[in-house]
Each structure stands twice: as C-alpha cells, then as structure tokens.
Write a protein that binds this ligand. Structure first.
Ligand code: ISJ
Length: 361
C-alpha cells in the first residue's frame, strides 16, 4: 500500500473544522440507554455515534454485549439524531449483520488485529465496501502487524480506511491501562502521513481523569480525531465504567482542547525555530560522535576480555553505571524512564560490539 492523498478523502469530505469525534458508550446496554446518550451527544462535535454490540472480554463471565439486537438501536440513533453510527466487528457474521443494519463505520478491535486470519475474514466479508473501516492497533506494539491489517483491507478494495491508536498491553504497572508508545504512532505517520489517525484515549488511560491530557498529546502529535467512550451514568456502565465520561464532560473536553496548526508561516516563527533547529542539529551530531567514541572504548574492552577470557556481560559494573546515570539525568531534567531506555540501548550496542570482537577467530 502506498501513501496517497486519497487515503484521507473520506475525512476531508466531512469538511470538519475540528478533529473528528467518535463517541458513545463502551457497550450498548438497553435501547433507552443508547438513545439517551445519543440525544445528549446530538448537538456536539460528535460525527459518529459508537456502541459496542459484541464485546470481546479478557475473561469470560463479564457482559459480552447485547448482540444483533443493538444494531436496531443504532439505526434508531441515526433516524432520531442524524449522527452516523459505528461499531466493532470481529468476524464475517458481524460484518454481514452490521452491513444489513447500515452501520456507517466499522472498526476492527485490538484483539482481532493480532490475527491475520480474522482480519482476512473481515476483509473478505467487506470486499469493495464504501463504508469506513478503522483498524485498531494490535495489543502488542507491532507496527507491521497493524499496517498489515490495513493492507489486507486495502487489497480487498476497501478505500475508506483509517487507524485507531488505543495503546499497547504491558505487564508492567503504569498509570495507563494500555501504554501509548507514541513513537509507534509517529513512525506510522512517517510512513503514511495521509492515513487518518484517531486516538482512543479511553482505552489508553482506562481512567476518565486522564482522558483530557492524553487527547491533548494526541492533537499535539497531529492525530486527526478522537474516539471517546461516553455514558450518561458512567459509574453504572456494564463495561469499562472507570474510563467513560458523561456527554457534558466530553463537550467540555472538546472545548478545552487546543487544536494545533501543522506549522506557522510568520517570519518570526520561522526564524526562531530555524535557529533552534540548527542548535539541535549540532547537538545531535555531537551525540553521535560521543556514542561512536564510547563504542571504540567498548571495542578495546572487548579485545582485552578476549585475551583474558572474561565474560562480556558485567552486571555489577552495568548496574553502577545505570544508578549513576539516573542520578545525573535527574539533575539535567531527564526522566528515569528515558535514561533507562537510552542506556539499555547503549549497553546492548556495546555488547554487540564486544561480541563481534570476542567471536572473531
Ligand atoms: C564495557 C563493558 O562491558 C559491558 C558493557 C558495559 C558498558 O557498555 O558500559 C558495561 C558492562 C558490561 O556489561 C565493561 O565490562 O566495562
């Protein structure tokens, strides 16, 4: 799949002067609940009303969605409010039912994107559709797998496409339910700058108090829109209660978000940013030069270890370095997370260098 401006035709055609907003409950629970939320969202920035009909749950025994019955409620939403409708599909049977009920936008969930078999089944069932199809990132941070999902749809002659960033599963305890790993979304934009990119702050945060902050970061990174779970009584929601916001709260969030321009054409801005970028270029070159010098020293250590038959990995020394660098980093305003990531990468490169030398016959 090549990047082309046509990838964002469906979004441009909406003619919005604000980011695209897809909102609605995590799950459709009852007809009254769905319609109450929809009516409260009617006069807002929301273009697409979402509701989960079939809910993939991590463990059995939780509410698994109302099933096809909910599609009729979504049709009612469209009739009564004029909002377009959106739901998740996870197999060919879901696709058939969603199309029969004229759902306007379908998304493939994170647990489906991980399986090329499922994505292919959905792509085949949707072949040639002019509905909008969005692919959520797979639960694991794998850009190729994510793009592979989009490519399977594209190959099935589905051209109104986009992606949803919902964060990535992690074993570590963090303040997020699914860590954002923003660098993956940045890489995706580098490859496909015209593929519409939507952020799902609800699943990234798992916590309604963090939704504004994550949404603002997404807009700062040029995301095209947001998908936000919304419920009139969030605490009573049958699924994902902690991450849903009320329609009023969503309206407030949309009002408070700062929408950034891609750039500014004023001379002042261009001159100042030009100077600062020149400084960054110099520092970047120095970084590379310094790292190159560090690896040359590692090569010498590698040669010495080879001569004396000493192991490459020296955990005690390595831990000393890490501890010192975290402290120094702190003094320079660098987060522990960043220092750890950077030094782990440097250590790995140093080991690779030494391995090359020690294995040379
Ligand atoms: C360079 C060495 O080898 C390895 C690499 C290290 C580094 O790059 O700083 C530190 C400890 C070792 O695991 C060393 O033993 O000092």
């Amino acid at each position: 799949m090549e990047n082309t401006k046509q990838l964002k035709t469906w979004l441009d055609d909406l003619g919005l002067d604000h980011p695209l907003v897809i909102a609605g409950p995590c799950s459709a629970e009852t007809e009254a609940q769905v319609l109450a939320i929809a009516h409260e969202l009617k006069d807002s920035d929301v273009s697409y009303f979402r509701a989960g009909i079939w809910k993939p749950r991590t463990r059995p025994g939780n509410f698994e969605g109302v099933g096809a019955l909910g599609l009729k409620w979504l049709q009612k939403v469209k009739e009564e409010t004029g909002m377009k409708t959106a739901t998740e599909v996870a197999n060919a049977a879901h696709v058939k039912l969603a199309l029969e009920h004229d759902i306007d936008l379908l998304w493939i969930g994170a647990r489906s994107t991980v399986s090329p078999f499922i994505v292919q089944e959905i792509a085949d069932a949707l072949e040639g559709t002019d509905k909008i199809v969005l692919v959520k990132n797979p639960v694991n941070p794998d850009l190729a797998l994510w793009l592979g999902g989009v490519e399977r749809l594209y190959a099935a002659n589905i051209k109104n496409l986009g992606v949803i960033h919902r964060g990535f599963s992690t074993y570590e305890k963090t303040k997020y339910r699914n860590i954002p790993e923003w660098q993956i979304a940045i890489e995706l934009q580098n490859k496909f700058p015209d593929l519409p990119l939507i952020c799902d702050p609800s699943h990234i945060t798992g916590n309604r108090d963090l939704i504004f902050d994550v949404s603002q970061t997404a807009l700062d990174l040029n995301f095209n829109g947001l998908m936000v779970e919304t419920h009139t009584t969030p605490d009573e929601a049958w699924s994902d209660a902690a991450q849903q916001v009320t329609p009023d709260k969503l309206k407030q969030i949309m009002e408070d978000l700062r929408i950034r321009k891609v750039t500014d054409t004023e001379t002042d801005f261009r001159v100042t940013i030009g100077n600062l970028r020149a400084q960054i270029n110099i520092v970047d070159s120095q970084l590379i030069e310094t790292l190159g010098r560090r690896m040359k020293i590692a090569d010498e250590i590698g040669a010495l270890k080879k001569e004396k038959n000493v192991a490459v990995l020296q955990s005690k020394r390595w831990n000393e370095i890490l501890g010192n660098m975290i402290l120094e980093g702190e003094e320079r305003g660098l987060s522990e997370e960043f220092v750890l990531k950077m030094f782990k990468a440097i250590h790995q490169e140093s080991i690779n260098h030494q391995e090359k030398i020690i294995k040379k016959s």
